[in-house]
Design a protein around this ligand. Structure first.
Ligand SMILES: C[S@@+](CC[C@H](N)C(=O)[O-])C[C@H]1O[C@@H](n2cnc3c(N)ncnc32)[C@H](O)[C@@H]1O
Length: 270
């Protein structure tokens, strides 16, 4: 499956190449089952999720063309196709391993209509297609310049299109920021041995007692790929969307929904 994937763009950016290496070695997220729900018309979902949106700002179509930018292993794709009816989906990612994982999982659910392509979002400004809805969850903060990524995605929207962006929450990420500092100080490698060693120290309380919260039962701490994504990933600095934007609606912690057209400004958070 991996070998049959078509590349839409080259991957030339140095940070993109490093991020690709990580997710080729450790596709994220590892997942097994999915609770399927009944998809609803696109306009109804947007109306429900953005109740403050004026009626004339709602999408014009119930058959949106959707780009999933940084689809990972398909869990986000499953969320999209189980939320919105009659979508036509292009799912892209840097990592061929993640794409192949997602294609295999979607096939298990009988979903064969999603187009999967390898691409670097930063190169997608070359793409001819435009989209009614772009979903990019947990992705652009991996870039050296997330604003560039956001601008590329905004440029791919049809006029009146919608962008759904998931960004790290500074508050939720505090223990992660702390462990990343410790990893840098101790130069812990992102290898299975390095990850297991640090995980053991955290579990035994030998690293820093405030890190024990990372080992909560539902955390990404427990599986190798997920733990690498949580604690060892390249890039991944918290950023937030400038608060003065009336077209930006904040959802649950750290997740922003942006109703377009837009060119929102991202602020780095130290
Ligand atoms: C933390 S995972 C999130 C995956 C998926 N969005 C989800 O929520 O399950 C981040 C993904 O973004 C992809 N990614 C990061 N930078 C990218 C870029 N410049 N172009 C395309 N994909 C990128 C990575 O390869 C990785 O699969």
């Amino acid at each position: 499956m991996r070998g049959s994937l078509v590349a839409l763009t080259p991957v030339t950016d140095a940070v993109s190449q490093a991020v690709q290496t990580q997710y080729e070695e450790n596709p994220y997220p590892r997942w097994t089952g999915f609770s399927w729900r009944t998809p609803q018309p696109f306009r109804d979902v947007v109306r429900e999720r953005l109740p403050q949106l004026a009626e004339d700002k709602l999408p014009l179509t119930d058959n949106p063309r959707v780009l999933i930018a940084g689809c990972g292993t398909g869990l986000e794709t499953m969320r999209v196709v189980s939320t919105y009816q009659t979508v036509s989906v292009l799912a892209v990612d840097l990592s061929r391993s993640s794409l192949a994982y997602g294609m295999r999982k979607l096939a298990e659910y009988g979903l064969s209509g999603v187009e999967h392509r390898q691409a670097d979002i930063l190169e997608l400004d070359q793409l001819d297609s435009r989209f009614d809805f772009i979903d990019s969850f947990g992705v652009i903060h991996h870039m050296a310049d997330p604003q560039r990524g956001l601008d590329v995605l905004a440029g791919l929207l049809d006029p009146g299109g919608f962008l759904f962006v998931g960004l790290y929450s500074v508050i939720a990420r505090r223990p992660v920021t702390r462990v990343r500092r410790l990893i840098a100080e101790r130069d812990v490698p992102p290898t299975p041995a390095g990850i297991r060693g640090l995980r053991r120290q955290i579990m035994l309380g030998e690293a820093d007692s405030e890190l024990s919260i990372l080992a909560s039962p539902a955390s990404d701490f427990w599986a190798m790929s997920d733990c690498r994504d949580l604690m060892f990933q390249c890039g991944g600095a918290p950023v937030h969307i400038a608060p003065d934007r009336p077209d930006v609606c904040r959802g649950r912690a750290g997740v922003c929904r942006i109703a377009g057209p837009l060119c929102a400004r991202l602020d780095a958070v130290s």
